[in-house]
Design a protein around this ligand. Sequence first.
Ligand SMILES: N[C@@H](CCC(=O)N[C@@H](CS)C(=O)NCC(=O)O)C(=O)O
Length: 209
Amino acid sequence: MKLYYIPASCSLSPHIVLNELGLAATLIKVDHKTHRTELGDDYFDVNTFGYVPAIELDDGTLLREGPAILQFLGDLKPELGLVPAHGTLDRYRLQEWLSFLTSEIHKGYIPLLYATLAGKYVDTARPKLEQRFAWINEQLATRPYLMGDAFTVADAYLFALTGWGQAAWLTSYYKADIHFDNLHHLHAWYDRVRVRPAVLKALREEGLA
Ligand SMILES: N[C@@H](CCC(=O)N[C@@H](CS)C(=O)NCC(=O)O)C(=O)O
């Protein structure tokens, strides 16, 4: 297994977990400015988004996103108790913590970190967000919903977040200047989700329809 990391960044957490597990992974350092690995490769060829952590399994499979990686690693040795068993309330409690840490703490740092870069936060955030939505658009080219043929909670989450950019039906402060005009698969997905009875009902109940 390989772990792509930037020293002192959030990839420190899977690094620690690998050590807890006593697993000898190959550590590959990524330069956070050039996005080159210490082997000289372009890290964007490994991870489309250029961020760490990412792990590469021995069969070449790549896994991204800290909370997913941490759970994957913990599940390799359940007897160590680094993650509670699947299906237990404690497992959801762990996911509650991971979601909180990733969205409220980890990403809560971003304005502070970019503020130190001469107030460039908006200029940096918008293209990143648009690139990520473009990637989602590509995923939706081959499947009707994020996970495949069936609507899941992830579609409900994305629907709410996409609305902030699209904002066709919003008049509130949840409006961001993000452009989706060319993302046809995302549009098709959005229209598909928007007419679901449960979605229409929710929009009505929130005074948005
Ligand atoms: N959604 C990702 C975000 C990871 C992330 O923000 N990584 C930062 C380090 S803490 C990074 O690699 N930044 C460099 C970049 O985005 O180019 C996750 O939760 O794993």
